[in-house]
Each structure stands twice: as structure tokens, then as C-alpha cells.
Write a protein that binds this ligand. Structure first.
Ligand SMILES: [Zn+2]
Ligand SMILES: [Zn+2]
Length: 169
């Protein structure tokens, strides 16, 4: 499912602006090998269409909430992704720079545009919280729930050898 919006019905004159409140269907995201699901899948968005003398300016603003695993501890992470993006469609485009790929035959693919905008706004790592302690590299337990350290020599065979020597005295 996807959300689209027809510009044909607007019949804007140069200088006129139309604002539309939309519910945009967002797909889930594949990121760093994990899946992130928008909750809700229908995101409130504000679309603004402004007719200029030479073309149309399109603006889209929304805030997506993505749910998925934390990069460090694999616990539940909820990420708020606000986006505010803009596209331009020239009335008589001379090259592709002046067109938007989301507009085909006066129909704007709002879902595709929103999906790309959110994907571009994602951080390098999605975390459950900025200071997530992650998983213990030694035992794999969640360091947020059970903060702990391991005695260095537990895993170090050289200590075992030293202790064996000491026991012999
Ligand atoms: Zn985490
Ligand atoms: Zn541990």
C-alpha cells in the first residue's frame, strides 16, 4: 500500500499555496541487517504545494517512529525521525535536475518520497538510548540490566600459570 496525492485537482495559480494534511503509509526499513517497523504505519504528514511562475515547489514534513533492535544490546529501540524535505518540478524542465522522481503524471508518490527521506535521516547506529552499555564481550549478558566486569585474570591463561607456580612454593 502506498499514499499518493494528485496535483491535478489543485489548479493553483502562480504564487498560490495549498496545504494538505495526509496520513502517509510507510514501509518497514532494512537497516544494518535489521528490520525497523514504523509505528504507526500511517504517519501524519504535512504536504505543501506552492505554484511558482516556472514550476511547482513541494514540501513534506513528518515525524516517523521506528521500532527495532538496538545496535549494541539488541533490546527494543524506538527512534524518532523528523524529516522536512523539499522537491521542485519545473513546468517545462530542460534537465532532470529540475524534476522530482516522485511526481508522475501529476500524481505525487508521497510514500516513496517519505520512505527515502526517512532512510536518509537515519543515524549511523540505532540505539535504545544514547549511552547504551551493550552486551558484555566476555559473557554476552546485557550490561544495561546487569552492569558488571570480569576479573582480568579469569580469562588469561598466563595467570593460571603464575598461580600454579605460586602453589608449588
Ligand atoms: Zn541498547
Ligand atoms: Zn560479562
Amino acid at each position: 500500500m502506498s499514499t499518493s496525492f494528485s496535483l491535478r485537482q489543485l489548479r493553483l495559480r502562480p504564487g498560490e499555496e495549498h496545504r494538505e494534511a495526509l496520513e502517509v503509509e510507510l514501509p518497514s526499513f532494512e537497516f544494518g541487517g535489521q528490520r525497523y517497523i514504523p509505528v504507526p504505519e500511517q504517519v501524519d504528514a504535512q504536504l505543501t504545494v506552492t505554484r511558482a511562475t516556472t514550476g511547482t515547489v513541494l514540501k513534506l514534513a513528518l515525524t516517523a517512529m521506528l521500532h527495532g533492535p538496538c545496535y549494541r544490546c539488541l533490546g527494543d529501540a524506538v527512534l524518532e525521525v523528523p524529516v522536512a524535505v523539499r522537491e521542485y518540478q519545473d513546468a517545462a524542465p530542460v534537465d532532470e535536475e529540475l524534476t522530482t522522481p516522485y511526481l508522475v503524471d501529476d500524481r505525487l508518490d508521497v510514500s516513496a518520497w517519505a520512505r527515502d527521506a526517512v532512510a536518509l535521516a537515519l543515524p549511523d547506529k540505532i540505539l535504545c538510548r544514547p549511552d547504551c552499555a551493550g552486551l558484555c564481550p566476555t559473557c554476552g549478558k546485557n550490561l544495561n540490566e546487569e552492569p558488571h566486569t570480569h576479573e582480568e585474570h579469569e580469562a588469561d591463561p598466563r595467570w593460571a600459570a603464575l598461580e600454579a607456580l605460586r602453589d608449588q612454593r
